[in-house]
Ligand binder design. Structure first.
Ligand SMILES: [Zn+2]
Length: 85
């Protein structure tokens, strides 16, 4: 089955749990193309884990895998992440 495509808002609850603050309004900058945008507006693919993709170039910005009590986060595709209080 193909991964289901959503937007970053669909992961709001999980992100809040992990980071302890509202993340959908945080602004990430794509390392691939340099586009900055709110986390809530990125493309979210749900497969074995969550893959957040740049809506501009399609590169993976961030991956999150949750297994029981453990969470793995891959930030490789994010140049910066700006948290807004
Ligand atoms: Zn990009």
């Amino acid at each position: 089955m193909d991964a289901l495509m959503l937007d970053g808002n669909a992961a709001a609850g999980l992100l809040q749990e992990i980071f302890g603050s509202e993340m959908t309004t945080a602004v990430g900058t794509c390392d691939g193309c340099g586009t900055a945008g709110e986390v809530g507006g990125v493309r979210l693919y749900r497969g074995a884990g969550l893959a957040f993709r740049c809506p501009h170039c399609g590169d993976v910005l961030m991956k999150i895998v949750v297994a029981g009590e453990r969470v793995w986060i891959d930030f490789r595709g994010l140049r910066t992440l700006q948290l807004n209080g």
